[in-house]
Design a protein around this ligand. Sequence first.
Ligand SMILES: [Zn+2]
Length: 352
Amino acid sequence: MFHFLLDVISNDDNYIAIICEIRAHYKAGITKNIQRLTKINSHMKNVILFMVFALSLNNLAAQPAGVTATSSIKIEMLFPEGKSKALILSFDDGTTADRRLVNLMNDYGLKGTFHLNSNKLDTKGYLTKGEVKSLFQGHEVSVHSANHPALTALSKIDIIYEVVEDRKELERLTGNLVRGMAYPFGNYNDLVVDAIKGTGIEYARTVKDTYNFMIPEDFLRWDPSIHQFGKAYFTPNDSLNDKKELATFFKLVDDFLKSNSLALFDVWGHSWENDGAGDRWTKMEDFFKMVSKRNDIHYTTQIDLVDYMNAFKNLKISVDKSIISNISSLDVYIKVENRSYKIQAGGQASIK
Ligand SMILES: [Zn+2]
């Protein structure tokens, strides 16, 4: 009997590498494995993926009745309320343009995460310390370091100082726990990540845009989906590039709205960027109009989503995957073999 196993082992825009393993089982019990690593162009990608899909269906169909391969049962996360889409909007620096941005977001019922430099507050062009608590009511206030240095240029103790000082002051100003962060200039390396562990920071956003809707695996290296308006306006007086980047941005928004699979859209930027030429406030409002007030989107701050994902990761699951217990204080929504389940906070569910 021959047993085919095709496994996608890497994937990028242009190429896909596939292991093709053909196992020939002989009566004597000898198993012969033939492995081949194949690099193919993107036109062949869909054909190969279809073959993988078809063969795996064939393998499933060939299983004897009554045998349940429980290890293949996938328990997938859904966002709160069983939604398949979530939106995070995060803005850095805490300049005075945040006032207009927060008001606009409030008009559209959108939630934001605002990364602030506490030592810049009360200086020219920045928010006052006194307004932080009321302005960001219903939003998240988060660390962006006390003074906005490039953390990669600092010693470990200075990195810790920048993070802890900012966190302490923002907690004093808001009266709330502050547990998230965005790297100033997006700069980080292994030393920076190592230094912030143990400072109470549970996620740290980079500026490395993924242009997709994947959920980050490492919360301390949290790559966002896209910068506001793509990279439009980065090069002064380049209207052709601006047009191209704006088209990329709004295409990604559209892709998110049309997506049928689990999708996290994480847009980051700065309120002060909207004050530049090119009617950017109107474009920001156009974006907010597109993504707001939709039943299929979970609107969240970044830390609330981290808490939710941690609750999902913390589900206790029986060996046969028929009992799932939720020991957290948040209701968790899951999908098992195309059925959705709600596991109440502190509760338990039977999966049939
Ligand atoms: Zn910044």
